[in-house]
Design a protein around this ligand. Structure first.
Ligand code: NAD
Length: 288
């Protein structure tokens, strides 16, 4: 297929390269010279604007920083520029309301479109092992599935337009909460005289077990190798966790959901992010 790819940053760069590896012709655009240069090395054809990249394509994939940029790119450069009948896939993490608005603008112009945010970070984007949570009609999902499979290990239909974003922020709100809870438990165990490894050996096979403990342990030298073992470098940046918690709190407010722990997690990450936004989100254990 001919696929336009817009937004070749930390995530989009690897995703576009995987579409090339799968045999697609990728027409790419980004505002950053460095991102464009790397994409060219990975076999993408580079264009001077998003609108030009969309010329004659079968599909458009976007991986952009936020909802305002996604809306601007679709309204100015994709809708009406990509051929009628192209399928549109936004993989960025953005607010549910903007995702639904952009999909309905695309639909009014005759396009099938999905929101398809991802779970998995830069390593998964490079390796082609992302999980995609997809919102949109059955036909839009079916048309997107094989394109997403070239970039991921799991592609799950979450329901109607915007439901991919809803799944993503509910999941990441839970992740933020259980990371902080896991950090609290390790910090208190140590104050009570328990060795962290011993606490891990017990809790990881008891009812406190969770992903932040057994797959992403915030304590260096305990459990599998994680960003904690690399001085909290790499991994999932605190600033991005804060972004997702803010999106979750916006969605809670607009839907009337009660999320007291999500709100508190957002406050704790907000305070921590001021000086530590670039560290992995498990580094919040330093505050405990
Ligand atoms: P990034 O900042 O590295 O990349 C974004 C890219 O978009 C940049 O290269 C930027 O130049 C480009 N861009 C911005 N405005 C543009 C425009 N108008 N036209 C064309 N290009 C434009 O960010 P990232 O880490 O790749 O994240 C992208 C999205 O993926 C975000 O929504 C983020 O929340 C989500 N996400 C990131 C991770 C992660 O671990 N980094 C994990 C899951 C989801």
């Amino acid at each position: 297929m001919k696929i336009a790819f817009i937004g070749l940053g930390n995530m989009g760069g690897g995703m576009a390269a995987n579409l090339v590896k799968a045999g697609h012709e990728v027409r790419a655009f980004d505002l950053s010279e460095a991102a464009v240069a790397a994409a060219r090395e990975h076999g993408c054809a580079i264009f001077a604007s998003a609108a030009e990249a969309c010329d004659g394509v079968d599909a458009v994939v976007t991986m952009l920083p936020n909802g305002a940029i996604v809306k601007a790119v679709y309204t100015n450069d994709v809708i009406g520029k990509a051929p009628a009948g192209a399928v549109l896939l936004d993989c960025s993490t953005i607010d549910v309301a903007t995702a639904r608005e952009v999909i309905s603008l695309a639909k009014a112009a005759g396009y099938d479109m999905v929101d398809a945010p991802v779970s998995g970070g830069i390593a998964a984007a490079n390796a082609g092992t992302l999980t995609f949570m997809v919102g949109g009609t059955d036909s839009a999902f079916k048309r997107s599935e094989s394109i997403l499979q070239a970039m991921g290990k799991a592609v799950i239909h979450a329901g109607a337009a915007g439901n991919g974003q809803a799944a993503k922020i509910c999941n990441n709100m839970l992740l933020g909460i259980h990371m902080i809870g896991t950090c609290e438990a390790f910090a208190m165990a140590q104050k009570l005289g328990l060795d962290p490894q011993t606490f891990y050996d017990i809790s990881s096979v008891s009812s406190g077990q969770n992903w932040s403990m057994t797959s992403y342990c915030p304590v260096p030298g305990v459990g599998p190798t994680t960003p904690a073992d690399n001085n909290y470098q790499g991994g999932f940046a605190t600033a991005l966790m804060l972004k997702d918690l803010k999106l979750a709190m916006e969605a809670a407010a607009s839907s009337g959901a009660s999320t007291p722990l999500g709100k508190h997690a957002q406050e704790l990450y907000e305070a921590f992010s001021a000086e530590n936004g670039g560290l992995d989100f498990s580094a919040i254990i330093k505050t405990l």
